[in-house]
Design a protein around this ligand. Structure first.
Ligand code: B4P
Length: 192
């Protein structure tokens, strides 16, 4: 199986590049952000709890996210693999993902780390905010999300470096050019 973790700061293009990777490699997609927004729309208990965190730019607690991910994973049929978009975002989430995949006889194949400078991230998210109606695409929440990213999520790069699965990709440029770099890396991993 080909299991890919797509990683990067808020607005780095994880969701955007996931769509292209799915089309090219025929993978299933799990975006924890999308699942949370669907729960919110459905006005479920989890959605209501998550909304408080999302609006403040904070991470939803690990126990809730890990439990949610296990359920989504179980609902998937046998597939060629999964792209994990926006998960893991903390070390406990990365450890939980490894355990869940190992129990299913598989593991993370590679992690793609999209590098984008802070000014570009803020511009993209403000631009998206004009259309998205998302409660977290405003300047105050964006700043909190970036702080949370640096303190809680960025250290995960080290975890995947130790696992020998970390691949840094320049995330500034056209969407197609960035995808070209990602595709090269995935093919090199599959064939290497
Ligand atoms: P997510 O939904 O994961 O969202 P994101 O990090 O904001 O966006 P992404 O990187 O996918 O950016 P996109 O491609 O859309 O998280 C939202 C919230 O949910 C979190 O803050 C947290 O509270 C919660 N959450 C989610 N997962 C969690 C977890 N595991 N644990 C705890 N909490 C969790 O790109 C952004 C914009 O840039 C788009 O408008 C796009 O069109 C544009 N863009 C993309 N590539 C571009 C390029 N190359 N050039 C110019 N613009 C580009």
């Amino acid at each position: 199986m080909l299991n890919i973790v797509i990683f990067g700061a808020p607005g780095s293009g994880k969701g955007t590049q996931s769509e292209l990777i799915i089309k090219e490699f025929g993978l299933d997609h799990i975006s924890t952000g999308d699942v949370l927004r669907a729960e919110l729309k459905a006005e479920s208990e989890l959605g209501k709890i998550a909304n408080d965190y999302i609006t403040k730019g904070q991470l939803v607690p690990d126990e809730l996210i890990i439990d949610m991910l296990a359920k989504v994973l179980d609902s998937k049929k046998v597939s060629k693999g999964v792209i994990f978009d926006g998960f893991p975002r903390t070390i406990p989430q990365a450890e939980a993902l490894k355990k869940m995949l190992n129990e299913r006889g598989t593991d993370v194949t590679l992690m793609i780390n999209l590098h984008v400078d802070e000014e570009e991230l803020i511009n993209r998210l403000l631009e998206r905010g004009k259309r998205s109606g998302r409660s977290d695409d405003n300047i105050d929440t964006i700043k909190s999300r970036l702080e949370v990213y640096h303190s809680q999520t960025a250290p995960l790069a080290e975890y995947y470096i130790k696992e020998g699965k970390h691949h840094a990709i320049e995330g500034v440029g056209t969407i197609e050019d960035i995808f070209g770099l990602i595709k090269e890396q995935i093919n090199a991993t599959i064939n290497g």
